[in-house]
Design a protein around this ligand. Structure first.
Ligand SMILES: Cc1ncc(COP(=O)(O)O)c(C=O)c1O
Length: 435
Protein backbone atom coordinates (compact mmCIF):
# COMPACT_ATOMS: atom_id res chain seq x y z
CA UNK A 1 0.00 0.00 0.00
CA UNK A 2 3.08 2.30 -0.05
CA UNK A 3 2.11 3.75 -3.38
CA UNK A 4 -1.31 4.95 -2.13
CA UNK A 5 -1.43 8.72 -1.56
CA UNK A 6 -3.16 9.35 1.77
CA UNK A 7 -2.87 13.13 1.84
CA UNK A 8 -5.87 14.37 -0.12
CA UNK A 9 -8.66 12.50 1.59
CA UNK A 10 -9.90 14.39 4.68
CA UNK A 11 -11.30 11.58 6.79
CA UNK A 12 -14.55 12.04 8.75
CA UNK A 13 -14.65 11.71 12.56
CA UNK A 14 -11.09 10.37 12.45
CA UNK A 15 -7.75 11.46 13.83
CA UNK A 16 -6.30 12.12 10.37
CA UNK A 17 -2.70 12.47 11.55
CA UNK A 18 -2.79 9.28 13.62
CA UNK A 19 -4.58 7.27 10.94
CA UNK A 20 -2.31 8.36 8.13
CA UNK A 21 0.73 7.46 10.23
CA UNK A 22 -0.71 3.99 10.74
CA UNK A 23 -3.44 3.33 8.15
CA UNK A 24 -5.92 0.48 8.36
CA UNK A 25 -7.53 -0.25 5.01
CA UNK A 26 -10.39 -2.60 4.21
CA UNK A 27 -10.59 -3.97 0.69
CA UNK A 28 -13.21 -6.72 0.63
CA UNK A 29 -16.22 -7.82 2.65
CA UNK A 30 -18.40 -10.90 2.88
CA UNK A 31 -20.96 -11.89 5.52
CA UNK A 32 -19.47 -11.27 8.98
CA UNK A 33 -15.97 -10.52 7.69
CA UNK A 34 -13.81 -7.86 6.13
CA UNK A 35 -10.49 -8.45 4.41
CA UNK A 36 -7.77 -5.89 5.07
CA UNK A 37 -5.22 -4.62 2.57
CA UNK A 38 -2.67 -6.93 4.23
CA UNK A 39 -4.95 -9.88 3.49
CA UNK A 40 -6.11 -10.34 7.10
CA UNK A 41 -9.65 -11.67 7.65
CA UNK A 42 -11.32 -9.41 10.20
CA UNK A 43 -14.48 -10.27 12.09
CA UNK A 44 -16.80 -7.26 11.93
CA UNK A 45 -18.22 -6.72 15.40
CA UNK A 46 -20.00 -3.51 14.46
CA UNK A 47 -21.63 -4.36 11.10
CA UNK A 48 -19.86 -1.52 9.35
CA UNK A 49 -21.14 1.34 11.48
CA UNK A 50 -24.30 -0.27 12.89
CA UNK A 51 -25.54 -0.55 9.34
CA UNK A 52 -24.78 -3.76 7.39
CA UNK A 53 -27.60 -5.53 9.20
CA UNK A 54 -27.84 -8.45 6.76
CA UNK A 55 -24.06 -8.93 6.76
CA UNK A 56 -21.74 -7.73 4.02
CA UNK A 57 -22.42 -8.22 0.31
CA UNK A 58 -25.60 -10.23 0.75
CA UNK A 59 -26.10 -11.82 -2.70
CA UNK A 60 -29.78 -10.82 -2.95
CA UNK A 61 -28.97 -7.16 -2.25
CA UNK A 62 -25.93 -7.17 -4.55
CA UNK A 63 -27.99 -8.64 -7.40
CA UNK A 64 -30.81 -6.11 -6.94
CA UNK A 65 -28.29 -3.25 -7.13
CA UNK A 66 -26.54 -4.70 -10.18
CA UNK A 67 -29.86 -5.20 -11.99
CA UNK A 68 -31.10 -1.71 -11.22
CA UNK A 69 -27.92 0.13 -12.16
CA UNK A 70 -27.88 -1.67 -15.50
CA UNK A 71 -31.53 -0.81 -16.16
CA UNK A 72 -31.88 2.78 -14.99
CA UNK A 73 -29.12 4.66 -13.18
CA UNK A 74 -31.18 7.63 -12.04
CA UNK A 75 -34.73 8.91 -12.36
CA UNK A 76 -35.58 12.61 -12.09
CA UNK A 77 -36.80 13.08 -8.54
CA UNK A 78 -38.97 16.23 -8.79
CA UNK A 79 -42.31 16.02 -10.60
CA UNK A 80 -41.22 12.58 -11.84
CA UNK A 81 -40.69 9.27 -10.10
CA UNK A 82 -40.09 5.57 -10.69
CA UNK A 83 -42.06 2.54 -9.45
CA UNK A 84 -39.50 1.16 -7.00
CA UNK A 85 -39.62 4.16 -4.72
CA UNK A 86 -43.39 3.67 -4.22
CA UNK A 87 -42.84 -0.03 -3.67
CA UNK A 88 -40.21 0.66 -1.02
CA UNK A 89 -42.38 3.26 0.74
CA UNK A 90 -45.21 0.70 0.90
CA UNK A 91 -42.87 -1.92 2.32
CA UNK A 92 -41.52 0.45 4.96
CA UNK A 93 -45.04 1.54 5.93
CA UNK A 94 -45.94 -2.12 6.43
CA UNK A 95 -43.41 -2.40 9.29
CA UNK A 96 -43.65 1.04 10.89
CA UNK A 97 -46.02 1.50 13.85
CA UNK A 98 -49.68 2.07 13.08
CA UNK A 99 -50.39 5.49 11.59
CA UNK A 100 -46.81 6.25 10.49
CA UNK A 101 -47.47 5.59 6.84
CA UNK A 102 -46.07 8.55 4.93
CA UNK A 103 -42.47 8.03 3.88
CA UNK A 104 -40.05 10.75 2.73
CA UNK A 105 -36.66 9.73 1.35
CA UNK A 106 -33.24 11.31 1.86
CA UNK A 107 -29.66 10.05 1.71
CA UNK A 108 -28.23 10.02 5.20
CA UNK A 109 -29.35 9.92 8.80
CA UNK A 110 -28.40 13.60 9.09
CA UNK A 111 -30.70 14.53 6.23
CA UNK A 112 -33.49 12.41 7.68
CA UNK A 113 -33.20 14.32 10.97
CA UNK A 114 -33.25 17.70 9.25
CA UNK A 115 -36.25 16.57 7.20
CA UNK A 116 -38.08 15.50 10.36
CA UNK A 117 -37.34 18.84 12.03
CA UNK A 118 -38.37 20.92 9.03
CA UNK A 119 -41.62 19.02 8.59
CA UNK A 120 -42.36 19.44 12.30
CA UNK A 121 -42.07 23.21 11.88
CA UNK A 122 -44.14 23.15 8.67
CA UNK A 123 -46.86 21.14 10.46
CA UNK A 124 -47.26 23.65 13.27
CA UNK A 125 -47.13 26.54 10.84
CA UNK A 126 -49.83 24.93 8.76
CA UNK A 127 -52.01 24.75 11.88
CA UNK A 128 -51.44 28.44 12.58
CA UNK A 129 -49.17 27.67 15.53
CA UNK A 130 -46.33 29.84 14.27
CA UNK A 131 -44.88 30.26 17.74
CA UNK A 132 -43.89 26.57 17.97
CA UNK A 133 -40.32 26.86 16.78
CA UNK A 134 -38.11 25.20 19.38
CA UNK A 135 -36.92 21.63 19.81
CA UNK A 136 -36.15 19.85 23.03
CA UNK A 137 -33.46 17.21 22.96
CA UNK A 138 -31.22 15.27 25.27
CA UNK A 139 -27.67 15.18 26.57
CA UNK A 140 -25.53 12.59 24.76
CA UNK A 141 -28.01 12.53 21.86
CA UNK A 142 -26.57 12.14 18.37
CA UNK A 143 -28.70 13.29 15.47
CA UNK A 144 -26.16 13.62 12.71
CA UNK A 145 -24.02 16.50 11.58
CA UNK A 146 -26.19 18.81 9.50
CA UNK A 147 -27.20 22.07 11.11
CA UNK A 148 -30.57 20.84 12.38
CA UNK A 149 -29.15 17.65 13.81
CA UNK A 150 -26.12 19.44 15.24
CA UNK A 151 -28.40 21.93 16.96
CA UNK A 152 -30.25 19.19 18.82
CA UNK A 153 -27.13 17.08 19.40
CA UNK A 154 -26.03 16.49 22.97
CA UNK A 155 -22.39 15.50 22.42
CA UNK A 156 -20.34 18.63 23.22
CA UNK A 157 -17.46 17.95 20.79
CA UNK A 158 -19.89 17.81 17.88
CA UNK A 159 -21.09 21.36 18.56
CA UNK A 160 -18.18 23.24 20.00
CA UNK A 161 -16.35 23.97 16.74
CA UNK A 162 -19.39 25.44 15.04
CA UNK A 163 -20.29 28.50 17.08
CA UNK A 164 -23.04 28.87 19.59
CA UNK A 165 -25.87 30.16 17.46
CA UNK A 166 -28.06 27.11 17.86
CA UNK A 167 -31.48 27.89 19.20
CA UNK A 168 -32.48 24.56 20.65
CA UNK A 169 -33.18 23.41 24.17
CA UNK A 170 -30.83 20.54 24.85
CA UNK A 171 -32.27 20.27 28.31
CA UNK A 172 -33.07 16.65 29.09
CA UNK A 173 -30.54 14.64 31.06
CA UNK A 174 -29.33 11.43 29.58
CA UNK A 175 -30.69 8.50 31.54
CA UNK A 176 -27.41 6.85 32.44
CA UNK A 177 -26.64 6.78 36.15
CA UNK A 178 -23.91 4.25 36.92
CA UNK A 179 -24.58 4.34 40.65
CA UNK A 180 -28.12 3.12 40.22
CA UNK A 181 -28.09 1.08 37.06
CA UNK A 182 -24.64 -0.19 36.17
CA UNK A 183 -24.51 -3.67 34.66
CA UNK A 184 -28.26 -3.66 34.03
CA UNK A 185 -29.21 -6.23 31.45
CA UNK A 186 -31.56 -4.71 28.91
CA UNK A 187 -33.81 -1.95 30.22
CA UNK A 188 -32.86 -0.64 33.66
CA UNK A 189 -35.73 -0.88 36.12
CA UNK A 190 -34.71 2.40 37.77
CA UNK A 191 -34.82 5.80 36.09
CA UNK A 192 -38.32 6.40 34.74
CA UNK A 193 -38.37 9.68 36.67
CA UNK A 194 -35.83 11.20 34.24
CA UNK A 195 -38.81 11.75 31.93
CA UNK A 196 -40.43 14.07 34.47
CA UNK A 197 -37.74 16.63 33.66
CA UNK A 198 -39.66 17.27 30.46
CA UNK A 199 -42.87 18.08 32.33
CA UNK A 200 -41.01 20.32 34.78
CA UNK A 201 -39.32 22.17 31.93
CA UNK A 202 -42.60 22.67 30.10
CA UNK A 203 -44.23 24.04 33.21
CA UNK A 204 -41.40 26.48 33.82
CA UNK A 205 -41.22 27.62 30.21
CA UNK A 206 -43.88 28.33 27.64
CA UNK A 207 -44.79 24.88 26.33
CA UNK A 208 -46.70 26.44 23.43
CA UNK A 209 -43.37 27.53 21.89
CA UNK A 210 -42.11 23.96 21.64
CA UNK A 211 -42.44 22.30 18.22
CA UNK A 212 -40.87 18.94 18.93
CA UNK A 213 -38.96 16.63 21.20
CA UNK A 214 -36.30 14.55 19.49
CA UNK A 215 -34.62 11.57 21.13
CA UNK A 216 -33.03 8.29 20.18
CA UNK A 217 -35.11 5.61 21.90
CA UNK A 218 -31.80 3.90 22.67
CA UNK A 219 -28.87 6.34 22.63
CA UNK A 220 -26.43 4.87 20.12
CA UNK A 221 -23.27 6.85 19.41
CA UNK A 222 -23.48 8.50 22.84
CA UNK A 223 -22.84 5.10 24.44
CA UNK A 224 -25.73 2.63 24.06
CA UNK A 225 -27.88 4.03 26.84
CA UNK A 226 -31.02 1.96 27.23
CA UNK A 227 -34.26 3.70 28.25
CA UNK A 228 -35.35 2.80 31.78
CA UNK A 229 -38.66 0.96 32.01
CA UNK A 230 -41.54 3.41 31.68
CA UNK A 231 -39.36 6.32 30.51
CA UNK A 232 -40.38 6.43 26.85
CA UNK A 233 -44.03 5.90 27.78
CA UNK A 234 -43.90 8.94 30.05
CA UNK A 235 -42.17 11.10 27.39
CA UNK A 236 -44.94 10.11 24.96
CA UNK A 237 -47.64 11.02 27.47
CA UNK A 238 -46.14 14.47 28.13
CA UNK A 239 -45.70 15.27 24.43
CA UNK A 240 -49.30 14.31 23.71
CA UNK A 241 -50.55 16.44 26.60
CA UNK A 242 -48.69 19.53 25.32
CA UNK A 243 -49.38 18.90 21.60
CA UNK A 244 -45.66 18.54 20.93
CA UNK A 245 -44.45 16.33 18.08
CA UNK A 246 -42.35 13.41 19.31
CA UNK A 247 -39.55 12.32 16.98
CA UNK A 248 -37.76 9.03 17.54
CA UNK A 249 -34.41 9.03 15.79
CA UNK A 250 -34.15 5.35 14.84
CA UNK A 251 -31.22 5.68 12.46
CA UNK A 252 -29.45 2.99 14.48
CA UNK A 253 -32.31 1.20 16.19
CA UNK A 254 -34.37 0.61 13.04
CA UNK A 255 -34.38 -2.61 11.03
CA UNK A 256 -33.79 -5.24 13.65
CA UNK A 257 -31.00 -3.77 15.74
CA UNK A 258 -33.12 -4.12 18.88
CA UNK A 259 -34.78 -7.37 17.83
CA UNK A 260 -37.84 -5.74 16.25
CA UNK A 261 -38.48 -3.66 13.14
CA UNK A 262 -38.12 -0.50 15.21
CA UNK A 263 -37.42 0.37 18.83
CA UNK A 264 -40.93 1.86 18.86
CA UNK A 265 -42.26 -1.67 18.37
CA UNK A 266 -39.88 -3.19 20.90
CA UNK A 267 -40.85 -0.68 23.60
CA UNK A 268 -44.44 -0.34 22.42
CA UNK A 269 -44.30 3.44 22.29
CA UNK A 270 -45.36 5.19 19.09
CA UNK A 271 -43.86 8.57 18.24
CA UNK A 272 -45.26 10.93 15.58
CA UNK A 273 -42.17 10.70 13.38
CA UNK A 274 -39.43 8.08 12.94
CA UNK A 275 -36.13 8.75 11.20
CA UNK A 276 -34.31 5.76 9.75
CA UNK A 277 -31.22 5.02 7.60
CA UNK A 278 -28.38 2.48 8.01
CA UNK A 279 -30.19 -0.90 7.93
CA UNK A 280 -32.68 0.46 5.39
CA UNK A 281 -30.39 -0.60 2.55
CA UNK A 282 -27.99 -2.62 4.67
CA UNK A 283 -25.69 0.34 3.89
CA UNK A 284 -24.97 -1.03 0.42
CA UNK A 285 -26.18 2.27 -1.05
CA UNK A 286 -26.69 5.44 1.02
CA UNK A 287 -30.36 6.09 1.76
CA UNK A 288 -32.46 7.34 4.64
CA UNK A 289 -36.15 7.83 5.19
CA UNK A 290 -38.58 9.49 7.54
CA UNK A 291 -41.93 7.97 8.46
CA UNK A 292 -44.57 10.57 9.31
CA UNK A 293 -47.92 10.07 10.94
CA UNK A 294 -50.83 10.33 8.47
CA UNK A 295 -52.13 13.38 10.36
CA UNK A 296 -48.90 15.30 9.70
CA UNK A 297 -48.96 14.53 6.00
CA UNK A 298 -52.66 15.33 5.68
CA UNK A 299 -52.35 18.58 7.60
CA UNK A 300 -49.55 19.85 5.38
CA UNK A 301 -50.71 18.48 2.04
CA UNK A 302 -54.44 19.20 2.38
CA UNK A 303 -54.07 22.70 3.76
CA UNK A 304 -51.48 23.97 1.36
CA UNK A 305 -52.56 26.27 -1.42
CA UNK A 306 -49.17 26.00 -3.10
CA UNK A 307 -48.76 23.82 -6.19
CA UNK A 308 -45.87 22.15 -4.38
CA UNK A 309 -47.07 21.61 -0.82
CA UNK A 310 -43.66 21.19 0.83
CA UNK A 311 -40.56 22.95 -0.44
CA UNK A 312 -38.09 20.28 0.56
CA UNK A 313 -36.34 17.36 -1.11
CA UNK A 314 -33.04 16.08 -2.45
CA UNK A 315 -31.80 15.35 -5.97
CA UNK A 316 -31.23 11.80 -4.78
CA UNK A 317 -34.46 11.35 -2.76
CA UNK A 318 -35.62 7.83 -3.55
CA UNK A 319 -32.69 7.13 -5.89
CA UNK A 320 -33.52 4.02 -7.96
CA UNK A 321 -30.38 2.10 -7.01
CA UNK A 322 -30.91 2.86 -3.32
CA UNK A 323 -34.61 1.97 -3.64
CA UNK A 324 -33.67 -1.38 -5.20
CA UNK A 325 -31.21 -1.99 -2.36
CA UNK A 326 -33.89 -1.04 0.18
CA UNK A 327 -36.49 -3.38 -1.26
CA UNK A 328 -33.97 -6.22 -1.42
CA UNK A 329 -32.83 -5.58 2.16
CA UNK A 330 -36.39 -5.68 3.48
CA UNK A 331 -36.96 -8.90 1.54
CA UNK A 332 -33.87 -10.44 3.14
CA UNK A 333 -34.95 -9.33 6.63
CA UNK A 334 -38.33 -10.90 6.09
CA UNK A 335 -37.32 -14.11 4.30
CA UNK A 336 -34.46 -14.86 6.68
CA UNK A 337 -36.42 -13.70 9.75
CA UNK A 338 -33.48 -11.53 10.80
CA UNK A 339 -35.35 -9.32 13.28
CA UNK A 340 -36.55 -12.41 15.15
CA UNK A 341 -33.11 -13.93 14.85
CA UNK A 342 -31.60 -10.87 16.55
CA UNK A 343 -34.16 -11.19 19.34
CA UNK A 344 -33.36 -14.89 19.74
CA UNK A 345 -29.63 -14.23 19.89
CA UNK A 346 -30.02 -11.37 22.37
CA UNK A 347 -29.86 -13.49 25.58
CA UNK A 348 -26.68 -15.21 24.39
CA UNK A 349 -25.13 -11.89 23.39
CA UNK A 350 -26.20 -10.40 26.72
CA UNK A 351 -24.62 -13.17 28.79
CA UNK A 352 -21.45 -13.11 26.70
CA UNK A 353 -20.92 -9.38 26.97
CA UNK A 354 -21.80 -9.27 30.68
CA UNK A 355 -19.25 -12.03 31.32
CA UNK A 356 -16.70 -9.19 31.04
CA UNK A 357 -17.96 -7.78 34.33
CA UNK A 358 -15.20 -8.23 36.88
CA UNK A 359 -12.39 -7.65 34.41
CA UNK A 360 -10.20 -4.68 35.37
CA UNK A 361 -11.27 -1.18 34.52
CA UNK A 362 -14.87 -1.85 33.56
CA UNK A 363 -17.33 0.66 34.95
CA UNK A 364 -20.47 -0.55 33.20
CA UNK A 365 -21.85 -2.83 30.50
CA UNK A 366 -25.11 -2.02 28.71
CA UNK A 367 -27.02 -3.99 26.08
CA UNK A 368 -30.26 -4.46 24.22
CA UNK A 369 -30.98 -6.40 21.03
CA UNK A 370 -27.66 -6.73 19.24
CA UNK A 371 -26.15 -3.52 20.53
CA UNK A 372 -23.92 -3.12 23.55
CA UNK A 373 -21.36 -0.84 25.19
CA UNK A 374 -18.48 -1.58 27.55
CA UNK A 375 -17.61 1.51 29.60
CA UNK A 376 -14.14 1.93 31.07
CA UNK A 377 -13.23 3.51 34.39
CA UNK A 378 -10.42 6.00 34.94
CA UNK A 379 -9.04 4.57 38.18
CA UNK A 380 -5.45 3.96 37.04
CA UNK A 381 -5.10 5.23 33.45
CA UNK A 382 -7.47 7.56 31.55
CA UNK A 383 -10.53 5.64 30.37
CA UNK A 384 -10.23 7.18 26.89
CA UNK A 385 -6.75 5.69 26.52
CA UNK A 386 -8.06 2.27 27.57
CA UNK A 387 -10.88 2.38 25.02
CA UNK A 388 -8.57 3.25 22.13
CA UNK A 389 -5.98 0.65 23.20
CA UNK A 390 -8.60 -2.08 23.40
CA UNK A 391 -9.84 -1.12 19.94
CA UNK A 392 -6.31 -1.37 18.50
CA UNK A 393 -5.56 -4.64 20.28
CA UNK A 394 -8.79 -6.14 18.92
CA UNK A 395 -8.00 -4.94 15.41
CA UNK A 396 -4.51 -6.41 15.56
CA UNK A 397 -6.20 -9.65 16.57
CA UNK A 398 -8.62 -9.54 13.66
CA UNK A 399 -11.76 -8.25 15.35
CA UNK A 400 -13.26 -4.86 14.51
CA UNK A 401 -14.99 -3.09 17.39
CA UNK A 402 -15.67 0.62 17.74
CA UNK A 403 -14.46 2.96 20.44
CA UNK A 404 -15.70 6.40 21.27
CA UNK A 405 -14.51 8.56 24.16
CA UNK A 406 -14.26 6.01 26.99
CA UNK A 407 -16.41 3.14 25.81
CA UNK A 408 -16.44 0.35 23.27
CA UNK A 409 -19.46 -0.27 21.13
CA UNK A 410 -20.61 -3.55 19.62
CA UNK A 411 -23.32 -4.05 17.00
CA UNK A 412 -22.79 -7.28 15.08
CA UNK A 413 -24.85 -8.01 11.99
CA UNK A 414 -28.17 -9.75 12.56
CA UNK A 415 -26.76 -12.84 10.83
CA UNK A 416 -24.16 -13.27 13.61
CA UNK A 417 -23.73 -16.73 15.09
CA UNK A 418 -22.79 -17.71 18.63
CA UNK A 419 -19.21 -18.45 17.56
CA UNK A 420 -18.85 -14.86 16.27
CA UNK A 421 -20.09 -13.47 19.57
CA UNK A 422 -17.66 -15.74 21.44
CA UNK A 423 -14.74 -14.57 19.32
CA UNK A 424 -15.62 -10.87 19.73
CA UNK A 425 -15.98 -11.15 23.51
CA UNK A 426 -12.89 -13.30 24.05
CA UNK A 427 -10.79 -10.88 21.98
CA UNK A 428 -12.05 -7.92 24.03
CA UNK A 429 -11.25 -9.85 27.22
CA UNK A 430 -7.68 -10.48 26.06
CA UNK A 431 -7.37 -6.83 25.03
CA UNK A 432 -8.50 -5.65 28.46
CA UNK A 433 -6.09 -8.02 30.18
CA UNK A 434 -3.26 -6.68 28.01
CA UNK A 435 -3.82 -3.10 29.18
C1 LIG B 1 -29.27 8.28 15.82
C2 LIG B 1 -28.53 8.83 14.64
N1 LIG B 1 -29.08 9.84 13.96
C3 LIG B 1 -28.47 10.36 12.88
C4 LIG B 1 -27.27 9.87 12.45
C5 LIG B 1 -26.60 10.48 11.26
O1 LIG B 1 -26.54 9.59 10.20
P1 LIG B 1 -25.52 9.85 8.98
O2 LIG B 1 -24.15 9.62 9.50
O3 LIG B 1 -25.96 8.83 7.96
O4 LIG B 1 -25.76 11.24 8.51
C6 LIG B 1 -26.68 8.81 13.12
C7 LIG B 1 -25.39 8.24 12.68
O5 LIG B 1 -24.80 7.40 13.30
C8 LIG B 1 -27.32 8.29 14.26
O6 LIG B 1 -26.77 7.30 14.97
Amino acid sequence: MNELNLENYWMPFTGNKAFKANPRLLVEADGMYYKSSEGKKILDGISGLWCCNAGHCHPHIVKAIQDQIATMDYATAFNMAHPKVFELATKIASITPEGLNRIFFANSGSEAVDTAMKVTLAYHLSKGENQRTKFISREKGYHGVNFGGTSVGGIPNNRKFFGSSFNDLNCLSNTWDPENMSFSKGQPKWGKHFADELEVFLQEHDSSTIAGVIIEPVVGSGGVIIPPEGYLERIREICTKHKIILIFDEVITGFGRVGAAFASERFNVTPDIITMAKGLTGAAVPMSAVAFHDDIYTQIISNSEEVIELFHGYTYSGHPVAAAAGIASLEVYEKEGLFERARDLEPYFEEAIHSLQGENSILDIRNIGLMAAVQFSSDDKPSTEKASKVFLHCYENNVLVRFSVDYLVLSPALIAEKQHIDKIVSTIREAIRSL
